[in-house]
Design a protein around this ligand. Structure first.
Ligand code: NAD
Length: 258
């Protein structure tokens, strides 16, 4: 089991845990023996997770990841409850598909605040706790939209591009403290975010450009996040961006020749 020693189970904090990728990651980590602090903007969104697991293994807290004081408090509480902090997963995020002419500065700032500042704050606070033990792993949820210029994603794509560079910088800053920092870059995943955002025309388009011709299930992202958190599997991986996208990033011409 990852990072486990005689003092107990490994522990992680997961943001955006009330839905989609964060929820699937929380469930998978619990299943694989981790203790988890599950954080989301709305505590109500965490009720489903809370109902299925013991309070000994799962801490559930409402927290706005853009609020510095709330982030420091919840990371501190998680480390104190479990007596350690081995992992942090930044899955809280928001998205918008809008033409650049229709993107207000207010929306752009909001997306940067949640996706970039929130990721930075959780990573910094978790990193401070991990540095005391001289070990830990942080996994950020970026996106293929941060690697390539998807149409209508000026704010979202820029925020995920920033998350990718933040991941690389933090990997550099935190390596001397024994902390690894990596990111996953998912393609489309069947989550409430995508259900709200993608029309059936969007779905047809994505499926045409993804060699595996389908969307991911949240658990398929969660298992790569677990790999990156787990010292026994990825001890020499840091500053890496792992696309989990059914082949989208690497694909050239994918239409079958006539
Ligand atoms: P989701 O909307 O299902 O879940 C996101 C969660 O983040 C929600 O529960 C929401 O309440 C929470 N959240 C939002 N703002 C918050 C804040 N300020 N503080 C705390 N929690 C907050 O979305 P998802 O599809 O699971 O996305 C998770 C992450 O994966 C996001 O960063 C998203 O950009 C990224 N991503 C998703 C896809 C996809 O296709 N679904 C693809 C690539 C990347």
């Amino acid at each position: 089991m990852a990072n486990q020693d005689k003092s107990g189970r490994p522990a992680a904090i997961v943001t955006g845990a009330g839905s989609g990728i964060g929820q699937a990651t929380t469930a998978l980590l619990l299943e694989r023996g981790w203790n988890v602090a599950a954080v989301d903007l709305q505590a109500g969104a965490l009720a489903e997770l809370e109902a299925g697991h013991s309070a000994e293994r799962l801490l559930v807290r409402a927290c706005d990841v853009t609020d510095e004081a709330q982030v420091a408090a919840v990371v501190g509480e998680a480390a104190a409850k479990f007596g350690r902090l081995d992992g942090a997963v930044n899955s809280a995020g928001m998205a918008a598909d809008k033409h650049v002419f229709d993107t207000s500065a207010e929306l752009f700032r909001k997306i940067l605040d949640v996706n970039v500042i929130g990721t930075f704050l959780i990573g910094r606070e978790a990193g401070r706790h991990m540095a005391k033990a001289g070990r830990g792993a942080i996994v950020n949820v970026a996106s293929v939209s941060g690697l390539r210029g998807s149409k209508g994603r000026s704010a979202y794509g820029a925020s995920k591009g920033a998350v990718i560079n933040l991941t690389q910088v933090m990997a550099n800053d935190l390596a001397p403290h024994g902390i690894r920092v990596n990111a996953v870059a998912p393609g489309p995943v069947e989550t409430p975010m995508v259900k709200a955002l993608h029309t059936s025309a969007d779905r047809d388009l994505y499926n045409r450009y993804i060699p595996m011709r389908r969307y991911a299930e949240p658990r398929e992202i969660a298992s790569v996040i677990h790999f990156l958190l787990d010292e026994s599997q990825s001890s020499f991986v840091t500053g890496e961006i792992v696309a989990v996208d059914g082949g989208y990033r690497g694909a050239g011409i994918i239409v079958d020749p006539a």
